[in-house]
Write a protein that binds this ligand. Sequence first.
Ligand SMILES: Cc1cc2nc3c(=O)[nH]c(=O)nc-3n(C[C@H](O)[C@H](O)[C@H](O)COP(=O)(O)O)c2cc1C
Length: 262
Amino acid sequence: MELREAIGNRRSIRYLDPDRPVEIEKIQCMLEAARIASHFGNNNAARALVVHRETATEEQLASLPSPVGGFQMQLAPVIILWYVEGNAMDEASQRLRELVHCGALGYGPDKVTVLEETLVPLFDSISEFLKGPGMVDMDLGQAVAQATLIAFEQGLGTCCQGSAEWSVVEKAFNIPESCRIVVVQTVGYPAESADAGGQRPRLPFESLFQLNSYDNPFPRSEEVVSQLTQDKFFQAAAPSTNREEELEALRQKYNLPGSGMI
Ligand SMILES: Cc1cc2nc3c(=O)[nH]c(=O)nc-3n(C[C@H](O)[C@H](O)[C@H](O)COP(=O)(O)O)c2cc1C
């Protein structure tokens, strides 16, 4: 599948097959994609702890957030805790040196002086600030986005999960204080149809993006839209025909909230 079609087809999959294990190699591929994502200052502050339902403890599983009906965590064979390691920023100057030495930053013959006299002191002075929410969370977002596409390419479904109370999860999984969970991601083989009911709604393009000035919407070319449609980037809008019946069948099969069985 071409990249455009893959991006258009990827959806949050909330209904996962709890009885079909996920090959650990496929999770590794997701993590490999996260590792080579772009990271601010190349600090690799984006980290992950993989939770394997079969072998995790009851206490660990109970700590996981289940904001939507509680069923998503219960169905997922694998849950990835994506977190930021703040201490990574303490080594920011070393990462900068590596970037200069590998030719990523082209400062010419004076590169070492420029690096040591300008960039390094700057990064050293803001390293504490950089540990807080901001750039490093962006890193994590990029890492998760790449991992998500690789998961999709391998036939897996994923869905991110938020929480207002990560400290309980961090404690249950021995995550140190220097680290901050940002999001967790359920992973498994989809129990629902491949299109998961179709493209979920989004706000109008013109209301989201601008060109040169905030009051000037970015011009959306119909030709580009038409090409993307041809490339299967755009999919039929949700809900697909029979989506409600599919959801009810899933609720019945897995005894989920709203099925009338609990
Ligand atoms: C950072 C983040 C946190 C999310 N948290 C939740 C969540 O707690 N529960 C949930 O059901 N979906 C969650 N989602 C999934 C979104 O609701 C979903 O992406 C959105 O409805 C659009 O659907 P789509 O991803 O299928 O296009 C989250 C997504 C992101 C990116």
